[in-house]
Design a protein around this ligand. Structure first.
Ligand code: NAD
Ligand code: ZN
Length: 349
């Protein structure tokens, strides 16, 4: 089968032929409908070095944001899993036996350090291929929703959903303000989720004017970059600052902008993995404010994201690429030429 393979550290992936996988015990074989190209893949193949935090040993098939149709059940899988039905894939895979995994929080598995992989498409073969294998309990049924349009929910939907849900106490009540920095795959859905879950005014920013325009269509107030950015954000909040900020870039200047725009008691979630740093001291941070990081989300939250999608409350904007153009999707993602999410489509419905 055709597959996008991450072959070695600091090397652009290859489109190549790979053997078709077989489902092991407890797994299903999925015929992939859509696999999203996430910016984290760029870190995986371009920036991470062997042994650096987040690095996963090559080779493996990329694609950690997937949806598809169940093709075959492995040994021991319940026949309640409907062959032929469309499902979204919960990507993170923990040990399955610790207290974090027991809560569906495979992301924070207590045994992550000794697991051979982090997730499908991160150390283990993912969905940028015609077929993939997935633990059966990592499937979330999509019903009659189109699995290509839904594929970004698995990461670009779930990750901002988790970050925003953690911050909801800061956004409950009238007159609240949220800030979203970086309006790509994750940030655009983040704006929609904030609109669906809170009454907060959503302030959004991106270096690209077309990304800001898209966020405005989803109800955000936008600001540009430049020296006055933090001042402009604070002016919109009446001087108080934002109650919750979400940084979907994660370089030092964006973390600084988000921290500088924060209200007392506010919460900044750094989601972008660009490796920026933040300085803390008693005098430089607003009183009782929080700076934290979040990683992906739980399988239970993915069910909630699918419910919101099926209820029409969130709508990923998808640009489809044929399997043979998968590398072009990554090239354009790196060049900043994708707005919304690039989804590779290896099979016809
Ligand atoms: P993307 O490329 O689709 O979007 C990034 C956006 O940020 C683009 O619109 C770009 O124009 C904008 N941007 C870049 N530099 C900026 C700046 N200085 N100021 C304002 N905007 C800027 O990327 P994505 O797939 O949405 O991923 C976003 C980040 O989140 C990446 O770092 C990715 O690796 C990370 N990520 C983290 C998790 C997690 O669990 N923490 C999960 C998925 C992705
Ligand atoms: Zn575990």
């Amino acid at each position: 089968m055709r597959a996008v393979v991450f072959e070695n550290y600091e090397r652009f992936p290859s489109l190549t032929d790979a053997p078709e996988p077989r489902p092991g015990p407890g797994e299903v074989l999925l015929r992939v409908a859509g696999a999203g190209a996430c910016h984290s893949d760029v870190s995986v193949y371009r920036h991470f070095k062997e042994g650096s935090p987040g690095a996963q040993r090559p080779p493996f098939v990329l694609g950690h944001e997937n949806a598809g149709w169940v093709e075959e059940l492995g040994e021991g899988v319940s026949d309640r899993v409907e062959v032929g039905a469309a499902h979204l894939v919960y990507g993170p895979i923990g040990c399955g036996h610790c207290r974090m995994c027991a809560r569906g929080r495979d992301t924070y598995c207590e045994n992550a350090a000794t697991m051979p992989y982090l997730a499908v498409g991160l150390g283990r073969d993912g969905g940028m291929a015609e077929y993939m294998t997935v633990p059966a309990h990592h499937l979330v049924p999509l019903g009659d929703a189109d699995p290509v349009d839904a594929a970004p929910l698995a990461d670009a939907g779930l990750t901002p959903y988790h970050a925003i849900k953690q911050a909801l106490p800061h956004l409950a009540g009238g007159g609240r303000h949220a800030l979203v920095i970086g309006l790509g795959g994750l940030g655009q859905i983040g704006v929609q989720i904030l609109g669906a879950l809170t009454g907060a005014t959503v302030i959004a920013t991106d270096v690209k004017p077309e990304a800001r325009a898209r966020a405005e269509r989803n109800g955000a107030v936008t600001v540009g970059g430049g020296d006055r950015q933090v001042e402009e954000i604070r002016e919109i909040t009446g001087g108080r600052g934002v109650d919750a900020a979400f940084d979907f870039v994660g370089i030092t200047p964006t973390i600084a902008a988000a921290a500088g725009a924060m209200a007392q008691g506010g919460r900044l979630s750094v989601v972008g993995i660009a490796g920026g740093t933040h300085e803390f001291s008693f005098f430089t941070n607003p009183y009782e404010s929080y700076v934290t990081n979040t990683y992906w989300g739980t399988v239970g939250e993915l069910w909630e994201v699918v419910d919101m999608y099926r209820a029409g409350r969130i709508r990923p904007e998808v640009e489809r690429f044929a399997m043979e153009d998968a590398l072009e999707a990554y090239r354009r993602l790196e060049a900043g030429e994708i707005s919304g999410r690039a989804v590779v489509v290896p099979n016809e419905a």
